[in-house]
Design a protein around this ligand. Structure first.
Ligand SMILES: [Zn+2]
Length: 209
C-alpha cells in the first residue's frame, strides 16, 4: 500500500484465507478472493425485537458461504439456510477501518435492518476459555463482498492471470512434461512461453480501440 497510494481493493485467488485478509481489511481495503470450500456454517447471533410478534422465536443468524444466512427448521425437522439480502457495505474510518454489512431480515409483519461487522473485532481475537482458541475467525466466514453475488463475480474477474497461465503451460505438453533436459533448457521454454503469451496479449490490446 505504501508503494501504491490510493489503493482501494485487492483481488486474489483461494490461497488467501481469513487470517491473511484480516490485516488488509483493517488497513481499509476491500479484499476479494473466492471462498474456500468445505466450511461449516457458523452460528453468528440471534435477533429478536418487539416487531417480531409474541409467538416468534426470533431469527437465528449464521455465517455460511461468506455471508449471513438465517437458519430455519422445516416441518420435516431439516435445517434450511436462507441467504439474507445485503443492502450496503459500510466503511468507517478510524485508527483501523471498520466494515459493516447492512443486512435485511424478512419477518412476518416487517423487515428488520441490522449491521454486521465484517472486519475482525477485538472480541473475535480473544481466546475462548473452553477451546483456548480465538472466538471467531470472522474474516474467514464473513466476507465484505460475498462470492457468488453479482459484485463478487465482477471482482473475481480481476484476479491475476498467472495461475491459469501455469495450468495452460502444464496442459501444453504431452503428459505435462517439458521436452528438454536440465534446468537451463527448461527455463528457456518457460521464458519462451511467457513471451508468446505476453506478445499475444499485447497484439490483442493494440488491435482493440
Ligand atoms: Zn422478526
Amino acid at each position: 500500500m505504501s508503494k501504491a497510494p490510493g489503493l482501494r481493493a485487492f483481488t486474489y485467488d483461494t490461497a488467501l484465507r481469513g487470517v491473511h485478509r484480516a490485516p488488509l481489511i483493517a488497513e481499509g481495503l476491500v479484499v476479494f478472493t473466492p471462498q474456500h470450500n468445505g466450511l461449516e456454517p457458523q452460528p453468528l447471533q440471534k435477533y429478536k425485537d418487539g416487531s417480531c410478534g409474541h409467538d416468534s422465536r426470533g431469527h437465528d443468524l449464521y455465517a455460511a458461504a461468506g455471508r449471513v444466512f438465517e437458519r430455519h427448521i422445516t416441518v420435516n425437522g431439516e435445517t434450511h439456510y436462507t441467504p439474507l439480502p445485503v443492502l450496503e457495505l459500510e466503511c468507517r474510518k478510524g485508527n483501523t477501518t471498520r466494515f459493516y454489512q447492512r443486512i435485511e431480515i424478512p419477518c412476518a409483519n416487517t423487515k428488520h435492518s441490522l449491521r454486521i461487522r465484517v472486519d475482525e473485532t477485538k472480541e473475535d481475537r480473544e481466546k475462548d476459555p473452553s477451546t483456548r482458541r480465538a472466538r471467531f475467525n470472522r474474516t474467514e466466514h464473513l466476507r465484505q463482498i460475498a462470492p457468488d453475488t453479482p459484485a463478487g463475480r465482477r471482482l473475481k474477474g480481476f484476479r491475476q492471470d498467472s495461475e491459469s497461465q501455469h495450468s495452460r503451460f502444464d496442459q501444453a505438453y504431452p503428459h505435462k512434461r517439458v521436452p528438454v533436459y536440465g534446468a537451463d533448457a527448461a527455463l528457456l521454454i518457460y521464458i519462451g512461453y511467457a513471451w508468446v503469451n505476453n506478445s499475444t496479449a499485447r497484439a490483442l490490446r493494440q488491435s482493440s480501440p
